[in-house]
Design a protein around this ligand. Sequence first.
Ligand code: HEM
Length: 127
Amino acid sequence: MKNLESRNDIEFLVNAFYDKVSKDEKIGFFFNDVAKVNWNHHLPKMYSFWESLLLGEASYKGNPMAMHFPINEKVAIEKDHFAHWIRLWTETVEENFTGELAEAAIYKASNIANLMAHKMEVARRLR
Ligand code: HEM
């Protein structure tokens, strides 16, 4: 199995993950139907996001939390959806990569997902 270590690896991982997500029964519709994501824009942002988190390149400029509130307003993104997102992410990392950065990718995603799930829930309560 390959060590996760480069921008190329991150692009491979992100492509494999969103390939699953876009076809996924439980969360695919958020991307395809609710947000109607333009994958040509979304994927490069995600490469940069993960490159910034894992390789310390400050290539991502954006606010990952903010992007999710408008989606959450249309259709609630629930705890179960985040748990499923994390399952798919963990599975995709583990199918393709090993090493310290592979572990960090899983760990960091879980932390962000938990925080995001919490913020989405609070936003719905305040609505
Ligand atoms: C079920 C859970 C999630 C759903 C349904 C979801 C959905 C989306 C959608 C539809 C977009 C694209 C918005 C657009 O360009 O119109 C997006 C962007 C993004 N998401 Fe998520 N997301 C989820 C979880 C996460 C998690 C856990 C992370 C981080 C670990 C994350 C990180 C990002 C980032 C960095 C962007 C790009 C923001 C930007 O444009 O700068 N998402 N998400």
